[in-house]
Design a binder for this molecule. Structure first.
Ligand code: PMP
Length: 453
């Protein structure tokens, strides 16, 4: 039973002592006292199904006993030591993590957050190529550090300060809301009738969006002087946007032809979440030059990393580079355990199985309710785009969106929101959820759809 401060006390400390820049979710902010596996408990002990996992972060389940044990054991052996010394855990983790990568992606630099990882990737790409220009996709989210807020391309995350030079944005290849494409253009278990002019062999949407990306190079970047192209494998904050087939492969070829490196931001899509593959980039048939990761890597423990090739890693030795906590013994112990649990409990396979089931069931809701505009995703990285329901793609009005979302919480299901209009419900639960949890989610979503629409 919860014995901590009251809800009102938490609210007043929140208002007075925590930065007002920290947002809260729900009109009555949600206070959580405990977590276990795929569940959260509020201060009164009411249980909720956590379909958001602390924004795609709790990968193997809240309070996994083996992680608790690993942390306790490591904390009582050696809690922290700078990575200038050798300690067995960082070496064991470096080997086990890089074993998960194809090709020459065999060298890791450990840091503490996704923003830090992407910051470092920008630096590596620039020092390795001796080029400066970086391209990312509109609606992508790559962090909020001084540098990564320039990679992030969404005005909701922009302050009225000058953008840094050297950052360029390409049209977002969003086949639902964008100019070209349709459901068929993306990799999905949901099969519906063709809505686009693509043929089986060629995705025209992909070609068109690549043409737009080409314009960024043609009109904005000195010839052959790009440093890097950054993309998520499926956009997370941007609203679970899946790119048309072939787009990232084309983007890969383009950046290589322009002297730069391909950086895959796997902060949300890594560690088996997309089900079919351990890393999201694998579904696009490419091997990036640099991969950044965070979130699910530590199941909630603050840790992140940049993995790259030995040659690119070498570029950072042009100056001294220090990160105090990166790969510290406790972080490494957690990281090793997360990898072991994903494998032992077959969580990647579970992501695929339960994710596919959820997508197919959600698609049935889409066919029944016109306010469900689009259902997309892969594995346990799912987006449900809510629209006015009048045949247009006008986002569902905020009041209704909020009411729907809050009602689902009342009935015991937590999920997130995203996309430029904040009208995409985001489902990214701990990867240990069961079919019963998925069915419960669908039942709640359906009941509230009946109630409201
Ligand atoms: N990249 C992606 C794809 C993300 O979703 C996020 C966080 N939402 C980040 C980078 C930044 O990570 P952090 O908040 O740990 O700095």
């Amino acid at each position: 039973k919860y014995k901590g401060p009251s809800y009102d006390n938490l609210m007043s400390v929140r208002k007075e002592r925590l930065s007002p820049a920290l947002g809260t979710y729900y009109s009555t902010p949600f206070a959580v006292s405990q977590g276990y596996k795929q569940w959260l408990f509020d201060l009164d002990g009411k249980r909720y199904l956590d379909m958001y996992a602390g924004i795609c972060t709790v990968s193997v389940g809240h309070c996994h006993p083996e992680i608790t044990e690993a942390v306790t054991e490591q904390m009582s052996t050696l809690g922290h030591i700078s990575n200038v010394y050798l300690h067995p855990k960082i070496h064991e983790y470096a080997e086990k993590l890089t074993d998960k990568f194809p090709g020459d992606l065999k060298v890791v630099y450990f840091v503490n957050s996704g923003s830090e990882a992407n910051d470092l990737a920008v630096l590596m790409a620039r020092t390795y190529t001796n080029n400066f220009e970086i391209i990312s996709l509109r609606s992508g989210y790559h962090g909020m550090s001084n540098q990564t807020m320039n990679l992030t391309a969404n005005s909701s995350y922009k302050y009225p300060i000058p953008s840094m030079p050297g950052f360029h944005y390409a049209m977002n290849p969003d086949v639902y809301r964008g100019l070209w494409g349709g459901k068929h253009c993306r990799d999905s278990p949901v099969q519906t009738k063709r809505e686009c002019s693509c043929t089986a062999g060629e995705c025209k949407a992909s070609t068109n969006y690549l043409e737009q990306l080409g314009d960024v190079y043609r009109y904005g970047i000195p010839k052959g002087r790009a440093a890097a192209f950054f993309a998520e494998s499926i956009q997370g904050v941007g609203g679970t946007v899946q790119f048309p087939k072939g787009f990232l492969k084309g983007a890969y070829d383009m950046i290589k032809n322009s002297g730069g490196l391909f950086v895959s931001d796997e902060v949300q899509t890594g560690f088996g979440r997309t089900g079919e593959h351990f890393w999201g980039f694998e579904m696009h048939g490419i091997v990036p030059d640099i991969v950044t990761m965070a979130k699910g890597m530590g199941n909630g423990f603050p840790m992140a990393a940049v993995v790259t090739t030995p040659q690119i890693a070498q570029s950072l030795t042009k100056a001294r580079h220090i990160n105090t906590f990166g790969g510290n013994p406790v972080a490494s112990a957690v990281g090793i355990k997360v990898l072991e649990i994903i494998e032992k409990e077959q969580l990647q396979e579970n992501s695929k199985r339960i994710g596919t089931h959820l997508l197919l069931e959600l698609e049935k809701l889409r066919q029944e309710f016109p306010v469900v505009g689009d259902v997309r995703g892969k594995g346990l990285m799912i987006g449900i785009e809510m629209v006015a329901g009048d045949g247009s793609k006008t986002p569902l009005e905020t009041a209704k969106l909020m009411k729907y979302w809050e009602r689902c919480r009342e009935l015991g299901v937590i999920f997130g929101r995203g996309g430029y209009f904040d009208n995409v419900f985001r489902i990214k639960p701990p990867m240990c959820i069961t079919k019963e949890d998925a069915d419960f989610t669908i039942a709640v979503m359906k009941a509230v759809l009946y109630e409201m629409f």
